[in-house]
Design a protein around this ligand. Sequence first.
Ligand code: 13P
Ligand code: SF4
Length: 310
Amino acid sequence: MVALDTGNPADLVERIGALRRQRNAVILAHNYQRPEVQDVADIVGDSLAMAREAAKVEADVIVLCGVRFMAETAKLLNPDRPVLMPDPNAGCPMADMAAPREVADAKRRHPGAAVVTYVNSSAAVKALSDICCTSANAVRVVESIPADRPILFVPDASLGEYAADVTGRANIILWPGFCPTHHRILAEHVETRRAEYPDAEVLVHPECTRDVRRMADFIGSTSQIIRRVAESPKRTFVIATEFGVCHTIRRANPDKQIIQISSLADCPNMKLNTLEKIVWSLEDMRHEVRVPADVAEGARRAIERMLAVS
Ligand code: 13P
Ligand code: SF4
């Protein structure tokens, strides 16, 4: 047997291919993953696409290259299949901004409110929710709640504010959470890029602040941004979200100029997954994600309601 050369990406890619066949595994990767991880994945997508794909997977094993809440969502939709996280430390700081006990307290303070929870949350918080949403369907999910019923929107205040702006609803109570990566993108970064590339279209993720969203030509989830670049007649695009998605966009649009908004728009958690760690997780079937039984049913119900609405 020839030893695996972990310094050689081609060797790692080959090894992942062999393990994928041996385990009958599928590799799902988020649009923010490292380029080489995206390139080895079977499916690359946004949070909504990953949830949808996880719901119809036929493989025996799921390797989830993203962050913990994505792996938990895949596990909730596949209770009988192992879902592996190549790096179990890949969390989401925004998800950590809403603790179940705090959400339960807020529900007591707003007894009539529908709890709409962004998928960037723990399974325990999802279990306290009426319905989940992603950045791709937040507006549609909010519109599915009767207009006179208040909404408690957890945990991303920027996404909740965006949904309130689009729908014109004044009865959305915003949880004070945010994405540190997207909040590092400032209006002055957009101004600088506009001056450098006056003909560019500026595409912004709704996790950005309202100051940045106001300057956008288009607002959408990572996959909606990718689709917009493909469909737009423009040649140059400024991408105001985590910069990993620039690889996905360039791969699909080699003739277009893709400019990342700022090198500060980096999610270190997303970058914890590497080719080596995918090999190790498949070899040893390690870092299997588990969702406690007492929250699984409620969390699954909130995700399934979201999938039914979108
Ligand atoms: P989307 O891919 O759903 O736009 O999500 C962005 C994000 O921050 C996921 O953590
Ligand atoms: Fe969480 Fe923001 Fe990273 Fe997405 S980009 S995983 S919301 S910290």
